[in-house]
Design a protein around this ligand. Sequence first.
Ligand code: F0G
Length: 362
Amino acid sequence: MSFGNRYTGLIHKYRDHLPVSDDTRIISLGEGNTPLIRLKNVPQWLKKDVDIYVKYEGLNPTGSFKDRGMTMAVTKAVEAGSKAIICASTGNTSAAAAAYAARAGIRAFVLIPEGKIAVGKLAQAMMYGAVTLQIRGNFDAGMELVKQVAEHVPVTIVNSINPFRLQGQKTAAFEIIEELGAAPDFHCLPVGNAGNITAHWMGYSEYFERGVVSQRPRMVGYQAAGSAPFMRGGPVAQPETVATAIRIGNPQSWEKAWELQKASQGWFDELTDAEILQAQRLLAMQEGVFCEPASAASLAGAMRDIRSGKIPEGSKVVCTLTGNGLKDPDTAISQCQSAVLETLDASLGEVEKSIVKHMQGL
Ligand code: F0G
């Protein structure tokens, strides 16, 4: 057994693959190195012989994959002498930006759509000390404002249009390859701005070009039906979905996404809110893994495509679970009407009666 191998974040681990030097002051919270969990019950439930793994990015320090990108973006912003960062966000980017800015000792400005981000994400932005600007408008409006304001004031944009974000996020593909010993056959992700699917393809391609692996996966991206510009063939003016993290009508990485779709022979598709929430519940109840609604789009889509045979039996599939379920307790509780939640007197008789009732049939 070896001791003292403390994991200190993805920039340290993958510095040879990232644009940092020995002098770079690394801003890290120990992000990356997330579990790749092999599903046991869902494939049985589907009655299909497929290997499904979920990459549980919700276990990053601020509870989403954004930390992978933010450690790089903030490290490089600080290296360039920036005193402030800014982003538009549906919640997770703002949480990550706020946390890494706090760690670095710089200021974060976050623009969020008023009333449309999950409560945990709002708590994070405020708790980490970001200047939190709620706009009466959606993410896409916020993104345009961020681009404009950054031309007038000295702030570094840390949305995924900042190329260092994708550099950090590509490391998730490295981790998957290292764990599986090869790339999966299919990699399924929820798509908002399409930064993360682009970053994964970069990561797979880098290991492919270095000869680490001989194959790359087919990349599959899923949007929510009410926010599915890729399926509509153009921006959606009023995106809507319960999966607020991907409530985006004008993806910032539009061209890159379609290029990688072609190059990887993958596809994009859309899912209803009901399908997304069903997959979220299934994953929690059948596998003990709690992700936020947007994240469940990857599994919902994979399940549909496995059922139809588009993803054939015998395949190895990775679904990225982009964010932690705890971020959005309101949506979780609102769909738990059938959960067992009883209110009792604090008496042995009442508690015992309830337990005996629920033990029946076990
Ligand atoms: N899943 C979650 C939980 C997200 O927060 C996001 C994006 C995505 C998926 C989509 O990733 O944009 O790279 O295609 N959230 C951004 C934010 C927009 O502001 O937190 P993408």
